[in-house]
Design a binder for this molecule. Structure first.
Ligand code: PLP
Length: 448
């Protein structure tokens, strides 16, 4: 096998996440070999600026010697130890304590998972467990939104609802999961301004609760900004008001911060500081280790813990071989230390503001209907007609064409249908902002 190229082996044997079997065979090769900061190099020696940050995740940037050292040292000292029942290890206990200190309100309890999907999946099951402990065994149905992405396990994919993700033949767990409209202001019904749209969305939630019964709904899942659905920033006050509705009806509010946490929009967690919401559960992953090693976490309240632990005889029967993995937790601790020491939250705020400004300037281009997002989480929505917001035909594949034009210039942006999204590392500089802005603008002009 040593004579066979990476590319040939990959095409012959690997099934990638979200494989499109059409272009899969045809597309030219790109095997990424090395990364440093925001830069990547492929095996042909080509350099790319990675404005996607891996997949919303390389927050501190790649190639950090001290991350490699921390991971190597922990792998040597204790490369694995299970966390089942009452076993623990030093990095996982320290990381749990650190996350509790960074999370809002009384979110002082942490359950480690293998990534974002398993954190969401576990949170969904914890909703049912908690409500049952509270003497409400029927209060187990869930509410989420259209255009949300919560992961790729059976349950987390059923909670999410990006239409393109759904396999028509597959029976998603839809019976107990309700989907409200996405808070997609740019495409709000004709004639509705931001405040009216917000009222409409909150009323939709209240009507659902009336119809299904508050006694049957246990939890509401929301990404503070819907990431893979197109960086959908909700109308002002929307999340706060949805949270108030949840509180009135004892519905747990689960903030899926897999993308928005760890500095992506300038805060450790976006829920409270950006949107004024104190969730009952936060799910996170990605920026927790900046992608160096897989790890997810579900951070939940003392109140939930208290209800589950109260009668002293219950078992929470969920967890993974790799929950609390010492090497992953050591990587997360080092990652958080770097974010603190280099004030990367401050940098995300400052340079993120420049990035927002530069990206908004693209709205002057004929193809760009809207630029939206916060700080280092930005989406460009391309349209055929800015006045009517009409979309280009799907087969033009405008997002991919723009991404391909960027790639030819050495810039990686992510195509999502007619959208292009970006989530660069938090180390982004003012000159990087200009570089990315100029290359993206050139690519959009080329495609127009
Ligand atoms: N939740 C959100 C908001 C995400 O964006 C993602 C992944 O992109 C997930 C959950 C799933 O995380 P993972 O891919 O680590 O399982």
């Amino acid at each position: 096998l040593s004579n066979v190229s990476t590319w040939e082996l990959d095409r012959a044997h690997a099934l990638h996440p979200w494989t499109n079997f059409g272009p899969f065979e045809a597309k030219g090769s790109m095997v990424i070999e090395r990364g440093e900061g925001c830069l990547l190099w492929d095996t042909e020696g080509r350099q790319y600026f990675d404005a996607v940050g891996g997949m919303w995740c390389t927050n501190i940037g790649l190639g950090r010697q001290e991350m490699a050292d921390a991971i190597a040292a922990q792998a040597l000292k204790l490369g694995f130890s299970n966390s089942f029942v009452d076993n623990t290890n030093d990095p996982s206990a320290r990381l749990a304590g650190k996350l509790a200190s960074l999370a809002p309100g009384d979110l002082n309890r942490v359950h480690f998972t293998t990534g974002g999907s398993t954190a969401v999946d576990t949170a969904a099951r914890m909703v049912a467990f908690y409500q049952t402990c509270m003497g409400r065994p029927d209060k187990v149905q869930l509410v989420a939104r259209e255009a949300s992405y919560h992961g790729s396990t059976y349950l987390s994919q059923s909670i999410g609802k990006r239409n393109g993700d759904r396999v028509p033949q597959f029976r998603y767990k839809e019976d107990g999961i309700h989907h409200l409209s996405a808070p997609y202001l740019y495409r709000a019904p004709e004639g509705m301004d931001e405040a009216a749209f917000c009222d409409h969305l909150v009323a939709e939630f209240e009507a659902l609760i009336d119809r299904v019964g508050a006694g049957n709904i246990g939890g509401f899942f929301a990404e503070p900004i819907q990431a893979s659905g197109g960086v959908i920033v909700p109308p002002k006050d929307y999340l706060h008001r949805m949270w108030q509705v949840c509180r009135r009806h004892d519905i747990l509010f689960i903030a899926d911060e897999v993308v928005t946490a760890f500095g992506r929009i300038g805060h450790w967690f976006a829920s409270l500081e950006e949107f004024g919401v104190e969730p009952d559960i936060i799910t996170c992953a990605k920026g927790l280790t900046s992608g160096y090693i897989p790890l997810g976490a579900m951070i939940f309240s003392d109140r939930i813990w208290g209800a589950m632990a109260e009668d002293g005889s219950r078992w929470f029967t969920s967890g993974f071989t790799y929950s609390g993995h010492p090497v992953a937790c050591a990587a997360a601790l080092k990652n958080i230390e770097i974010i603190e020491r280099e004030d990367l939250l401050g940098n995300a705020m400052r340079v993120g503001a420049l990035f927002e400004e530069r990206m908004h300037a693209l709205e002057a281009l004929p193809l760009v209907g809207e630029v939206r997002g916060r700080k280092l989480m930005i989406c460009v929505e391309n349209v055929a007609d800015k006045a009517t917001k009409r979309l280009l035909p799907d087969d033009l594949d405008v997002g991919t064409r723009i991404a391909d034009a960027c790639e030819a210039m050495g810039l990686i942006v992510r195509p999502l249908g007619h959208l292009n999204v970006m989530s660069p590392p938090l180390t982004l500089t003012a000159s990087d902002v200009e570089l990315v802005g100029d290359m993206l603008e050139t690519a959009i002009r080329q495609v127009t």
